[in-house]
Design a protein around this ligand. Structure first.
Ligand code: PAF
Length: 286
């Protein structure tokens, strides 16, 4: 099946209205394109849980805090449309920046506190840009359900909170991270890694697993962090932006392990920023 390419807000609203008129439920999978198997999993889930599936492909300028990162973000729209069709999407909403932002954006959605730590600290304004564009996409498509990957754990937390706090009648569905056979989390940025960096990149997941083992053994967050950092220190090319144990409810550094803990990492490798995380530790320390 070929997914239909739709470029304007009016046209995607018309497609969705037609589907709704036929009693169909609607799912949205928001993406920035350069689609890979991880996105495929989001689309596959959406396909199995809704009648009309829209994938949005939009490289959102207001969530990048570096012009260079925005320029270098891979753009592969034609391949993405074929990909969406193969995974059963009905429509690909691929608006231009002018269509999404006909005027300079003056209204923003800010999810305070949850979006201030970790990626928010190192990429100021990033989550404001994400929450704003996701709010726009949800309002444009008005789906019943929207799908997001757990690889972007903080983004998922921010979006869930936005939807709850703003009473948006949309179910946010998290989908587990899809990994390459060597453990590297799938990401559109992986394509930018030089071969030698790509070969080293699975160390990130190894580090997270080492930290998770420390948590499982009853270790404190500091011990878990040390265990992970030791793994990453094996290769001096890794520059660690952060490696922390967090409380998934607050997205603050966990002082002690007293329930689920999210181990989060952001590293630079050969000029490419990679993030990953593991949720672990139902263990309660005494
Ligand atoms: O995860 C992404 O690809 C983006 O942050 C999103 C959710 C599509 C918003 O631009």
């Amino acid at each position: 099946m070929k997914a239909e390419r739709v470029e304007t807000v009016a046209a995607i609203r018309a497609r969705v209205a037609r589907a709704r008129g036929r009693g169909k439920t609607v799912a949205l999978v928001p993406t920035m394109g350069a689609l890979h198997t991880g996105h495929g999993e989001l689309i596959r889930r959406a396909r199995s849980e809704a009648d009309f599936v829209v994938v949005s492909v939009f490289v959102n300028p207001i969530q990048f805090n570096s012009a260079e990162d925005f320029e270098l973000y891979p753009r592969t729209l034609e391949t993405d449309i074929d990909f969406c069709g193969r995974f059963g999407a009905d429509a690909v909403f691929a608006p231009s920046a002018r269509e999404m932002y006909p005027e300079p954006q003056l209204a923003f959605v800010e999810v305070s506190s949850l979006g201030d730590s970790f990626c928010g600290e190192f990429r100021p304004g990033h989550f404001r840009g994400v929450a704003t564009v996701v709010a726009k996409l949800l309002n444009i498509v008005q789906p019943d359900r929207a799908y997001f990957g757990e690889k972007d754990a903080q983004q998922l937390a921010v979006i869930r909170r936005m939807v709850a706090d703003l009473n948006l009648p949309i179910a946010i569905i998290p989908v587990a991270t899809v990994r390459e056979p060597d453990g590297l989390a799938m990401s559109s940025r992986n394509a930018r890694l030089k071969p030698e960096d790509r070969a080293a990149a699975p160390l990130i997941y190894e580090a997270l697993q080492a930290a998770a083992r420390a948590v499982a053994e009853g270790g404190a967050p500091e011990k878990a962090k040390r265990a992970g950092m030791e793994v990453l220190a094996r290769d001096p090319r890794f520059q660690v932006e952060y490696f922390e144990c967090a409380d998934p409810a607050t997205m603050k550094i966990a002082e002690r392990i007293s329930g689920p803990v999210l181990i989060l990492a952001a590293v630079w490798l050969g000029g490419v920023r990679l993030i990953d995380n593991i949720l672990c530790g139902q263990h309660r320390s005494n």
